[in-house]
Each structure stands twice: as structure tokens, then as C-alpha cells.
Design a protein. Structure first.
Length: 263
């Protein structure tokens, strides 16, 4: 009987600490781990790495990359968000007066760092004014947590920061409970495999920070093998993407009828 060719976990270079951890977990499962797309051509491929490389490779390699909608955060119930958030353009944000927090809606826009601005005049001028941005009120998170979610359930996670400083630690009961409350209210509007960040506020309450693609998220103190479960679903063969996830495919990349990007 002819042996089946194992699937490939393709990583972008240079490898991050998370990439090393999930590469080891994938190798234990029998995946080939590769850093070059040539080794993945014609194979069933999963991806972990940056969005710019992913956009180049997804079409040629037949990848389906899941990510939350840009405006997902704006639809989270106010009781879970604890601040005003709206999706607008960079041009409109530059006109704002008063202290605001501005960030790109996803990690794909890497020239605009998430930051608090005294007003819109300090936003960078080199980017196109039509660039989408999320604008929100300023809140202080005393601790922030990352949850890796599969089919509406937290499969693993980690605290990653305390007062804005990197400080990984396991999830605690309160972070798990708030994560459950957020997913009860919002999971239907998220991909089946996603990364959800939440945080404890200075007043002791909790709030949603953001949601992001799992295939470009650091695991910190989360269990690498469970992180891999989420990554494999979030960035795998386009023909394996479930119908309920097709609206969360990254842009037009990998959608039926779309032209593949140039290598």
C-alpha cells in the first residue's frame, strides 16, 4: 500500500518562539515542517506566520485563512466592551480632537502601531487616508489575556501582560469566566478558530481587547499543542473550510474565482 504524503506546516522566516513551539507539536503529530514554499507545493498546507507573506502564498498554495471581520469589535455589546469603538478611516481620524486610542483593525496594516494619541494630528501622514482604523475611548488594562478559541470554546490561553508589560502566566478562573461570557454573546460572529484578547480594567471590571487571526498570534504561556489545534483550523486547505467560515476568509485570498496573488 502506497504511503500517504504527510501534510505541511509552513512557517514564515525568521521563526518566532511561538513558531518553534507549534512546529515541535506539529512534528510530533507527523507533519512536515517547512520554511520555504517550494517544499509545500502540491501538498496539503497549513500556515503560521505574518499576513504579508500569507497574502502572497495563500492563492498558489490553496490556503484558506480565517480572520475576524474588521468591524467585529464595534458590534460587541457595550457591557463587554466598556468603551466606545468605531471603525473609520485614517483621514477622518486625523480630524479628531481629544485623547483617543487608534489601531488598525488587523495586523495586516503594520505601518500604523496601536497607540494613544492626544488628538488626531499626531497620526502618521504617510499612509493613505482611506486606510481603515478603529478609534476608541482610552481605558487602562491592568492585565491582558489571550484566549485561543475553537468552535466557540476556549481550548487554551495565557495572561500576556500586566500594566502593559510582558508577563505571561496561565489563565485564572476569572479570565476563563469572562471569556466564556464574551463567547456566549459573540462566538456566532467570529470564525470557528480565532484568537480573542480580553483584559481586567483598573476599576476591577473586565473588557474585550480585540479579536485576531490565530495564525499570527503568540502563544505566551498557552499550551502549544492546543494552540496548534486552533492554527490548523484557522489556516489550512481552502477546500476544508466549512461553509460557516467562508465569510471569514481573509480578503479575497483563496475565495473561489479570485486570481491568485503573484509569488
Amino acid at each position: 500500500m502506497e504511503a500517504r504524503t504527510p501534510p505541511v506546516l509552513l512557517l514564515s522566516a525568521p521563526r518566532t518562539s511561538t513558531a518553534e513551539l507549534i512546529a515541535q507539536a506539529a512534528a510530533w503529530r507527523g507533519y512536515d515542517v517547512a520554511d520555504r514554499a517550494a517544499r509545500a507545493t502540491g501538498r496539503r498546507v497549513h500556515w503560521y506566520g505574518g499576513p504579508l507573506a500569507a497574502a502572497r502564498l495563500a492563492g498558489p498554495l490553496g490556503l484558506g485563512l480565517l480572520e475576524p471581520a474588521d468591524d467585529w469589535l464595534t458590534h460587541v455589546p457595550r457591557s463587554l466592551l466598556r468603551r466606545c469603538v468605531r471603525l473609520t478611516t485614517l483621514a477622518e481620524a486625523r480630524e479628531l480632537r481629544g485623547r483617543v486610542f487608534v489601531k488598525p483593525p488587523s495586523a495586516k496594516i503594520d505601518l500604523l502601531p496601536a497607540a494613544v494619541h492626544d488628538d488626531g494630528t499626531s497620526l502618521p501622514g504617510g499612509l493613505d487616508g482611506s486606510t481603515p482604523v478603529l478609534v476608541s475611548g482610552v481605558v487602562e488594562f491592568t492585565a491582558e489575556y489571550r484566549l485561543f478559541v475553537l468552535d466557540g470554546e476556549v481550548v487554551t490561553g495565557s495572561r500576556y501582560a500586566v500594566y502593559g508589560r510582558l508577563d505571561p502566566a496561565p489563565l485564572d478562573a476569572e479570565s476563563r469566566a469572562f471569556g466564556r461570557a464574551v463567547l456566549d454573546a459573540t462566538a456566532a460572529a467570529l470564525p470557528s478558530a480565532v484568537c480573542l484578547d480580553i483584559g481586567r480594567l483598573a476599576d476591577g471590571g473586565w473588557a474585550v481587547v480585540e479579536a485576531n487571526m490565530a495564525w499570527f498570534a503568540q502563544c505566551y504561556a498557552a499550551e502549544p499543542d492546543r494552540v496548534l489545534d486552533v492554527v490548523l483550523r484557522a489556516a489550512g486547505p481552502i477546500d476544508a473550510v466549512a461553509e460557516r467560515d467562508r465569510s471569514y476568509l481573509s480578503g479575497s485570498v483563496g475565495r473561489p474565482g479570485s486570481a491568485p496573488p503573484a509569488m
